[in-house]
Design a binder for this molecule. Structure first.
Ligand code: 4UW
Length: 516
């Protein structure tokens, strides 16, 4: 059975992401598009549009054009949007990276995506310069100033005319985030201009973000939720996007109050922190009308506690990197009537099916099944990985690896995660990646990693390791911690005699999960 959105299909404009979101810049001119919640630095719509166009000219003069990739390593700040749209304006794609990644992890992504230019935040410019040197990336620009990188502002000031790259929005990649999908290590997700344009107009049908809105953007733009749902839905609506580099409950609440934030976007650990934060009632949050949460399962009791304290309903959205990311949302109009634990209804132009896990066969109506989704927001495919693409998208249907349920009103619930992916605070952690790091330890004979419940992170990696005699658990944990970003750290370890595997050698993660 195919489930369809109750909303009528929307028309998907034919242009690029930049044309869609900055096409209205003239209308919003001097209005702040982005405000830095820490420094107060403001970028108006006109400054963003002009800067992006000048930056595109500067990048084109370096030889950056269609088919090229620009790496972007930064926390949230107004200039992030400038860097994105300068790269897109030159016809290139952006591969976004978490600034806490290790030099090794950054190098891996830059190499896989064949990035030609690296744009970095000041705080991580040293690391960026080291990685760029190691990988032969000649051009490193910093959003600010640093002695080991050229200022990005220099590209804008050079006065090169904006190029007019010849792009087909349906095939030109705009963003190349990395995701492990349903299995294996992180892969480049090829999201085209059309994928992103589609997802923005699709979600706009349910969420009416407008010029009176102020969106709090603490969830990172380097993750697709921050990139599309927070940053670009805000720009498309002519809203003001308030950037915050990190989440700390007191500072966050103060920023919501000071800037009269109307729409807040959470991941589950934020909701938990706000439910338990002292003095929430001290802040005037009367402007806050809609609060959203996604990226990992959210507990209903925690939701209700946070709602009472914030004085605002919290409803979930759902999606995945491979779907640009949104497929399910609680429409503004249905905010009061859609249950808290659900992920709402399908976005327009989006279809869903529930199948027996790992197959293409529908379950009986009313039964739980693996969620498949189809729509114009589904990626072109994984970078350089036709095998993973073919097993993830069959007949246009994207296999999410999540188990879902749907009720008679077309409201969906995510009830379980089938795929091996672990989400620590909503961030992706790929067991396969940690297993490779564990196996590189000379004292490790075999290893497997699963997600186990974790108070703060929701879920955290636990490793099962077959050790050589004499190996200490502490050494193995330290080995991993040196090689991966802090959020990927193995937080529990158990020595075992063997790893349960299928006859074909696949790790039987369910068996390990049952053991806990
Ligand atoms: N409940 C349970 C959820 C939920 C969830 C995601 O890192 P990725 O690839 O992508 C994301 C996207 C998050 C997102 C999309 C649209 C949206 O509106 C919103 O919030 C307002 C957030 O995280 O991870 C994808 C995987 O994350 C899990 C699920 O396993 C999915 O396949 N996930 N949202 N509400 N689990």
């Amino acid at each position: 059975m195919i489930y369809r959105s109750p909303l009528p299909d929307v028309e998907i404009p034919g242009g690029t992401l930049t044309e869609l979101v900055l096409g209205t810049a003239a209308r919003h001119g001097g209005k702040p598009a982005l405000v830095d919640g820490v420094t107060g630095e403001t970028l108006t719509y006109a400054e963003l549009a002009e800067g992006a166009s000048a930056g595109a000219g500067g990048l084109a003069a370096l030889g950056v054009g269609p088919g090229d990739v620009v790496g972007l390593l930064s926390h949230n700040q107004p200039r992030y949007a400038l860097a994105v749209h300068a790269a897109l304006g030159a016809g290139a794609a952006v591969t976004p990276m978490n600034p806490v990644l290790t030099a090794g992890e950054i190098g891996k992504q830059l190499r896989a995506s064949r990035a030609k230019v690296l744009v970095t935040a000041e705080a991580v410019a040293d690391k960026a310069a080291d990685v760029a040197r190691e990988h032969g990336i000649e051009h490193v620009y910093v959003l600010g100033e640093h002695d080991r990188a050229r200022p990005f502002a220099e590209l804008l000031a050079a006065g090169h005319p904006a190029p007019r790259p010849d792009l087909d929005p349906a095939t030109a990649v705009a963003v190349l985030p990395f995701s492990s999908g349903t299995t294996g290590a992180a892969k480049g997700v090829r999201l085209t201009h059309r994928n992103l344009v589609a997802n923005l107009v699709q979600t706009r049908a349910g969420w009416r973000v407008g010029p009176d809105d102020v969106q709090a953007a603490v969830l990172p733009f380097f993750h697709i939720y921050g990139f599309t749902i927070i940053l670009h839905s805000g720009l498309l609506g002519g809203a003001t996007v308030l950037t915050l580099p990190r989440f700390e409950p007191g500072a966050y609440l103060a920023a919501l109050a000071e800037h009269h934030v109307t729409r807040a976007y959470f991941a589950p650990p934020m909701v938990l922190a706000l439910a338990n934060a002292p003095d929430v009632e001290r802040y005037d949050l009367s402007a806050l009308r809609y609060a959203f949460c996604g990226a990992a399962p959210l507990d209903v009791e925690v939701t209700e506690r946070a709602e009472r304290r914030l004085g605002c309903r919290i409803r979930q959205g759902y999606g995945m990197t491979e779907a640009s990311p949104g497929t399910h949302q609680v429409y503004d109009d249905a905010f009061a009537t859609t249950p808290a634990g659900s992920v709402g209804r399908l976005s327009p132009n989006t279809e869903a099916r529930l199948v027996h896990p790992g197959t293409d066969t529908d379950v009986a109506p009313g039964e739980d099944g693996e969620l498949l989704v189809r729509g114009p927001q589904v990626m072109l495919g994984y970078l350089d990985n036709p095998g993973a693409t073919a097993s993830t998208i069959t007949g246009g249907w994207l296999h999410t690896g999540d188990i879902a349920r749907v009720d008679d009103h077309g409201v969906f619930w995510i009830v379980d995660r089938l795929k091996e992916l672990i989400k620590y605070k909503g961030y992706q952690v790929a067991p396969a990646e940690l297993e490779a790091v564990l196996l590189s330890h000379p004292g490790v004979l075999d290893a497997a990693v699963i997600g186990v419940p974790h108070a703060e992170g929701g879920e955290a990696p636990k490793a099962f390791v077959v050790p050589r005699p004499g190996v200490e658990a502490g050494d193995v944990l330290a080995w991993v911690a040196e090689r991966v970003a802090p959020y990927k750290k193995v937080r529990a370890l158990e020595f075992v005699d063997s790893i349960p595997k299928s006859p074909t050698g696949k790790i039987l993660r369910r068996v390990l999960k049952e053991r806990g």
